[in-house]
Design a protein around this ligand. Structure first.
Ligand code: AMP
Length: 302
């Protein structure tokens, strides 16, 4: 099987209390695809401008990501600028330049339309809907979004949410979307729109997964040196959908393991800027961290 990832491929300029980087490879689909590629084959759909360096394309290919759906269009690549203060849970956006994304029309190559596992990473919800209209018989559709779209494209976003299986958002986005301060109430409001499952990320405090079977609480791996949190959410989602696709996961335990693998992947990406940590990451390191999660949360009742 393979995972279809649709989202942004970007050049990010990021400042954290520990350093800064200009025009580094980033974007929601980039982080998610690279993360998912550790678990299964990945097909990427996105658009870049004619300024996008060939070495970045080669980097994606190095992770064995199929880039035949990565369109090159005349114009500039999507750019995002942001910074973090010591509260590393919150990115403060200073500039979003959609550039070639402003008139992107995602047309899926025929072989991508049969995708079973789809991650609609953070982009304009109207584009996410266009993708959904082309998919033939999806098994699991995972959707991400952000405050920018909740504020600016609420109606299209709700239409998209109605059609997906899992929504993954952070705590602030869940509150903004539903007008509920309490995350349990927020999750059940979101589930009443359509998705059977909602995952609410709480940055360094882990994630909560809500489904008909109840609530699963996953910790975040305690990291001493978080260098740059950019991409943590997308790396989490990529790990989750990649794992589910790789094991043909369908039951509650598969989803729980997927959330832990996603959390493990996110815990690596924040250790360095951009994709730098994922470039050297090995499967053995992922597996070790996965087992660490078990140790971190296991206790004997008596
Ligand atoms: P996160 O995983 O939430 O830290 O996502 C970070 C990535 O989202 C960055 O690499 C950005 O390029 C990308 N991004 C930021 N704003 C947007 C947006 N409005 N649409 C699509 N992607 C975005």
């Amino acid at each position: 099987m393979s995972v279809l990832v649709v989202g942004s491929v970007a050049l990010d300029s990021v400042k954290t209390p520990f350093g800064e980087i200009e025009e580094a490879l980033g974007g929601s689909a980039t982080y998610a695809s690279v993360s998912a590629s550790f678990f299964d084959a990945v097909n990427l759909v996105a658009v870049v401008g004619d300024d996008f360096a060939e070495e970045n394309v080669q980097l994606l290919k190095g992770f064995e990501i199929d880039v035949s759906g990565l369109k090159r269009q005349t114009g500039e690549t999507f750019r995002w600028k942001g910074y973090y203060t010591y509260n590393l849970n919150e990115a403060i956006t200073t500039e979003t330049c959609l550039n070639v994304f402003a008139d992107f029309n995602p047309i899926l190559p025929d072989e991508y339309k049969k995708a079973n596992h789809i991650f609609l990473a953070n982009i304009d919800p109207e584009l996410q809907l266009k993708v959904l209209e082309q998919i033939e018989k999806p098994e699991i559709i995972l959707l991400d979004t952000m405050n920018f779209w909740i504020m600016n494209k609420r109606d299209s976003l709700i239409k998209t949410i109605e059609r997906v299986d899992i929504l993954v958002v952070n705590d602030a986005e869940a509150r903004e979307l539903t007008g509920e301060a309490n995350l349990i109430k927020a999750a059940s409001k979101i589930r009443s729109i359509g998705p059977g499952r909602v995952i609410i990320k709480k940055g360094e405090h882990g994630a909560l997964m809500f489904s008909k079977d109840g609530i699963f609480s996953a910790p975040a791996y305690p990291i001493e040196d978080i260098f740059d949190p950019t991409g943590a959410g997308d790396t989490f989602a990529g790990g989750l959908i990649g794992y589910l696709s790789g094991v043909h996961g369908k039951n509650e335990e598969d989803f729980k393991r997927g959330v832990i693998f996603g959390s493990a992947m996110a815990s690596f990406v924040v250790e360095k800027f951009s994709l730098d940590r994922l470039k050297t990451l090995t499967w053995e390191e992922i597996r070790n961290r996965y087992y660490q999660f078990k140790k971190l949360t296991h206790f004997e009742v008596e």
